[in-house]
Design a protein around this ligand. Structure first.
Ligand SMILES: O=P(O)(O)OC[C@H]1O[C@H](O)[C@H](O)[C@@H](O)[C@@H]1O
Length: 320
């Protein structure tokens, strides 16, 4: 009797089967990944908006309004909406002038491109450094005609969200897929959850210059090493040298936001009146539990010639 060929097995089958794997749950409107150690991330396909990022302790790091629309009817008030290809109200003239505030990426459904895992997990080492990367794509062809007519360029966006034990990494890759050059701005509009704004300070912006959108839209220099928020704040810090902006609670680290290939950071808290004026902002005193630290390239414009790509993003660390 001839021996049957054995089924192929992995190089280290026992380790592979015993090592707990990250789980990825894909539903109609969102993708949720959970590490064996308990960290999790959830991303809505609408806007590829990260709407939850929890650490192993179960602590939520992102603020999402109780009245945020999660059904695709409007951009999510909270989490990490993606701003592209224009930041803020569009300029009166020029290629982005017909677009809505913050562009169309946050109000378009993206495609889930798939997941990949870190080396440690793939080799079944069970080393505890597992991470899972989720990729989302948005292409010119995927836009509604109404949006396309307002910004008719060929582009490809790939947004990668990597959940690891050490934090959450989010990176946007922008590619010009057409035959003419175009310009864009981008920003990750991150709503961070904090316990109490009166005990919160932000460091890493000392001596930096910023445009104060609340005051007079002119340029100022941050004179103190840390920023406390006691009223409405809407500042665009530009050309930052240091990579890390830290959110401190009672002087102790709560969250770090580390920029990657991006020079600008917006700090925003709407405070009482503006929060009140936003129909999808709840609870109304929720401004005490959030602060936006938004990494991006928004002070000027990034230009891409045909075939060129730009990549920028952030790594966030949580201390709870
Ligand atoms: O209400 P949205 O369109 O989501 O914009 C919310 C906020 O985004 C950024 O932080 C801008 O700097 C603010 O000026 C703006 O108010």
């Amino acid at each position: 009797m001839v021996d049957r060929p054995k089924k192929p097995t992995s190089l280290n089958p026992s380790a592979r089967s015993s090592a707990p794997q990250p789980t990825v749950d894909i539903s109609d409107d969102r993708v949720t990944a959970t590490l064996p150690t308990g960290e999790s991330v959830s991303i809505l396909l609408y806007g590829a908006t990260v709407i939850s990022w929890k650490t192993a302790s179960g602590a939520e790091n992102l603020w999402v309004s109780e009245k945020a629309a999660l059904d695709g009817s409007k951009p999510v008030r909270g989490g990490i909406p993606i701003v592209f290809p224009v930041f803020g109200p569009p300029p009166k003239e020029g290629p982005t002038s017909k677009l809505p505030q913050h562009g169309f990426a946050r109000s378009t459904r993206w495609e889930f491109l798939g997941k990949s895992s870190s080396e440690g997990e793939a080799q079944g080492q069970g080393s505890g450094d597992e991470s899972v990367k989720l990729d989302f794509g948005l292409y010119g062809a995927g836009l509604d005609e109404s949006v396309k007519s307002k910004w008719p360029y060929e582009f490809g966006l790939v947004y990668s969200v990597t959940l690891g034990r050490e934090g959450l990494m989010t990176v946007l890759n922008v590619r010009n897929e057409g035959d003419e050059g175009w310009e864009f701005q981008m920003l990750l509009h991150t709503y961070l959850r904090i316990d109490d704004i009166s005990k919160t300070t932000i460091s890493g912006l000392g001596s930096a210059t910023y445009i104060d959108k609340v005051l007079d839209a002119t340029t100022h220099t941050q004179s103190t090493p840390t920023l406390s928020i006691t009223s409405e704040v809407d500042r665009v810090y530009t050309g930052l040298k240091q990579d890390t902006t830290s959110v401190l609670a009672d002087g102790k680290p709560r969250l770090d936001v580390v920029r990657d290939n991006l020079e600008d950071t917006v700090v925003w808290n709407p405070w009482r009146e503006k929060a009140n004026a936003m129909g999808d902002f709840a609870p109304k005193d929720g401004y005490k539990q959030m602060v936006c630290v938004e990494v991006g390239s928004v002070a000027g414009w990034q230009r891409l010639e045909p075939g060129e790509t730009f990549e920028g993003g952030m790594m966030m660390r949580s201390y709870v």
